[in-house]
Design a protein around this ligand. Structure first.
Ligand SMILES: Cc1ncc(COP(=O)(O)O)c(C=O)c1O
Length: 483
């Protein structure tokens, strides 16, 4: 695929952005004025009362009343009843521009008709699951292989988390080595061994309550953009069980929130080759979103293994899969067969016909419509507009994007320096501020991911971006310089 077929119009200057984010994290927070915060609360108290009532009831049966980590708890989670194109609608009848996109899978826009119709057709014919082979499994694998040649083989799984678990298992079986190295701040799901260095680089096991420390005996994190540090780890590991794999989120941790330079992945790939560790690309977010060839195509790298999620099931359930070179993927062969060296993976509902059908048609439609380019252009326009607003109000906020993966950073939470006592004591208050920003955006008809990330979709027309910018402008015009 040619360069023009990738949606990143200009690769962000990661070091410059990082410098701005570090600066943002090192200063007191620029927050919404108290009078505006009150206005936002008034809006919630007059516009979202049905949501409130249901969540109050749900709290008795569902811990916290909500089951998605990406739903805001403050003031209370919204109850969504309808999703269509660029919009979500809540039970109180409010309309929102959907920049959450369920965390990433709905690049074509919500409830995209072609995929929906194919899924309904399939359900009528054979139901969502049989436990046996369906032709869509082959068709999906073939389609992925067509766009990502490094995915010589593919195994559908239940989620990105499962795919990451499978990836490290395969890497260990294939290499007979023990250590795994992940990016500081990167997210690869919530499995025990990868609940390390989450969100913020060098945070180690900070978010791993419930996971015994011994689980992390073989998990390490690299410091993004510090290739010498990574080499040191790889070197040290050589006589301590060796490194089975290095996992990367190719745009940087948390989908580029902790950005990496354009040549970072190549440098990592070279080290992986030198130290005979498998290179694992986590393309849960980037796959088909920045181009049909994913981040591996964009960066011109052939990873040994690739982790998939989200778009791989077109916004339908069981969104996960592991792909890679045949010499490694052979270890996940399934079926009732014993005696072979095997990286055990499973899942009753994995590779079900519904998910494979939805994934197949979603990827087909993304290719046909060039949805990644349209969503990427929307992202570029949105970020340009946000940068202008930030400048207009003289804010230290940072807005940047890799195509349709956009960031509006109001306090640099994931870039705080944990070695700095003041910064590390502010994690909770910075999280709270993002809640407040998110609630304010919602009061202006915009749903973001955690108050700082924005996914654009093919459904985001110029008109929608204009409307969104008006909403963002209103919120950001009420930010105050800290006293
Ligand atoms: C980069 C990345 N990897 C893995 C995962 C985990 O995927 P899932 O939520 O399907 O388990 C996510 C989820 O957001 C992700 O963003």
């Amino acid at each position: 695929m040619s360069d023009q077929e990738y949606a990143i119009s200009e690769y962000p200057d990661a070091l410059k952005i990082k410098e701005k984010l570090d600066k943002l994290a090192a200063q007191p927070m620029w927050e919404l004025s108290n009078s505006y915060k009150k206005k936002v609360m008034d809006w919630w108290n007059t516009h979202c009362l049905k949501s409130k009532e249901i969540i109050e009831k749900a709290k008795k049966l569902i811990p916290g009343g909500v089951q998605h980590n990406l739903a805001f708890n403050d003031p209370w989670p919204l109850v969504i009843t309808k999703a269509e194109g660029a919009y979500l609608y809540d039970i109180d009848g409010n309309q929102y521009i959907d920049f959450l996109q369920a965390g990433g899978p709905t690049l074509l826009g919500s409830n995209y008709k072609v995929v929906q119709e194919k899924v309904i057709e399939l359900i009528k014919e054979c139901g969502p699951v049989t436990g046996l082979f369906h032709e869509y499994e082959y068709k999906l694998a073939e389609l992925i292989n067509q766009y990502m040649p490094a995915v010589e083989m593919f195994r559908a799984l239940g989620s990105g988390t499962e795919a990451a678990m499978a990836a490290i298992r395969v890497a260990r079986v294939a290499t007979n080595k023990e250590k795994i190295i992940k990016g500081g701040g990167a997210y690869h799901g919530w499995s025990d061994q990868l609940l390390f260095g989450m969100h913020i680089p060098q945070s180690g096991a900070a978010e791993a309550a419930g996971v015994p420390p011994a689980v992390f005996k073989n998990t390490q994190e690299f410091i993004p953009n510090d290739i010498e540090y990574l080499e040191k780890l790889l070197k040290k590991n050589q006589d301590k069980g060796g490194t089975a794999c290095v996992l990367v989120e190719p745009l940087g941790g948390e989908s580029g929130t902790i950005p990496v330079t354009k040549d970072w992945n190549k440098q990592v790939a070279e080290l992986c080759e030198k130290y005979e560790a498998l290179l694992i690309f986590d393309e849960v977010v980037t796959g088909f979103r920045i181009g049909m060839g994913g981040a591996q195509g964009y960066f011109g790298i052939k990873p040994d293994l690739t982790i998939f999620g989200k778009i791989i099931a077109g916004g339908y359930p069981s969104a996960g899969g592991l792909g890679g070179l045949e010499e490694y993927m052979k270890y996940v062969a399934a079926g009732v067969e014993g005696g072979k060296k095997r990286a055990y993976v499973g899942g009753t509902l994995s590779a079900n016909p519904l998910s494979c059908c939805a994934g197949y048609w979603a990827i087909k439609e993304i290719a046909r419509t060039k949805a990644y380019l349209k969503a990427g252009e929307a992202g570029d326009k949105l970020i340009k507009g946000l940068q202008e607003i930030i400048e207009k109000y003289n804010l230290p906020y940072v807005a940047f994007n890799h195509a349709s993966i956009c960031h509006l950073e109001a306090n640099g939470l994931m870039n705080i320096n944990l070695m700095d006592a003041v910064q590390s004591s502010q994690i909770t208050s910075r999280k709270q501020m993002l809640h407040e920003m998110g609630a304010a955006y919602e009061s202006e008809g915009i749903i973001t991911l955690a108050g700082s990330r924005i996914y654009t979709s093919m459904a985001d027309t110029d008109e929608i971006i204009k409307k969104a910018l008006e909403g963002f402008d209103k919120v950001l015009s009420n930010v105050e310089k800290p006293k």
